[in-house]
Design a protein around this ligand. Structure first.
Ligand SMILES: [Cu+2]
Length: 209
């Protein structure tokens, strides 16, 4: 634990109690987010881990899948990881990551902005509305099948923090820690300044000691 404390000490004051969920992007080269549905509490983090290919995680509305949310609601900046090619960091034994913090319980509808991945079902939802049975992941996916993907024009990495990390399929407790108290952001997410990626494969084990 001492090593963990040393490595994360500067960042741990806020995040120590917050859970980080991990979502595998393109596991085994598939056009998937896995899981593609998860429930996250306000304050919790979601880290997307880009295993293969060149994908994004980008926020849309429910009604306009495959298009950036700010194109339809200018009051919400939304988030967009930018294109994160897995090959770029493979030589270091790392994968690209993108981490967001969930700020409330509103649904977050997400897609991949690469090619026709969204039309082909590369979508997911965080905090699927429980009370509205017409707004399910399945209905979102069906809408996406008839949509046309729009790549956001805004800054890549907006709304979250990109980095690299290793993954062993478990929740990476050492990543995405905020360096300061976060302020409320639009659409249920806030930036995660200073997100710390795992520096080496060995750390993953250390963090679980
Ligand atoms: Cu994709």
């Amino acid at each position: 634990m001492q090593l963990t404390t040393l490595l994360l000490g500067a960042l741990a004051s806020v995040a120590s109690a917050q859970k980080t969920w991990s979502v595998a992007v393109a596991m085994n080269g598939s056009l998937t987010f896995s899981p593609n549905r998860l429930v996250a509490q306000p304050g919790e983090f979601v880290q997307f881990q880009f295993h293969a290919g060149n994908h994004t995680v980008t926020q849309s509305t429910f009604d306009q899948p495959c298009q950036p949310i700010n194109q339809h609601n200018s009051s919400i900046a939304g988030f967009h990881s930018g294109f994160l090619p897995a090959a770029a960091s493979a030589a270091q034994g790392m994968i690209p990551t993108y981490t967001i913090q969930v700020n409330n319980t509103q649904p977050l509808w997400l897609y991949c902005a690469q090619g026709k991945h969204c039309e082909n079902g590369m979508v997911m939802v965080i905090n699927e509305p429980a009370a509205n049975k017409s707004r399910t992941l399945e209905s979102f996916k069906a809408l996406a099948a008839g949509a046309s993907t729009v790549v956001p024009g805004g800054a890549a990495g907006a709304g979250g923090t990109t980095g690299t990390g290793t993954t062993d399929g478990t929740n990476p407790s050492g990543t995405g820690a905020p360096a300061s108290a976060s302020s409320p952001g639009a659409a249920g997410v806030v930036g995660v300044p200073g997100g710390m990626a795992l520096a080496a494969a060995g750390m993953a084990a250390v963090l679980f000691l």
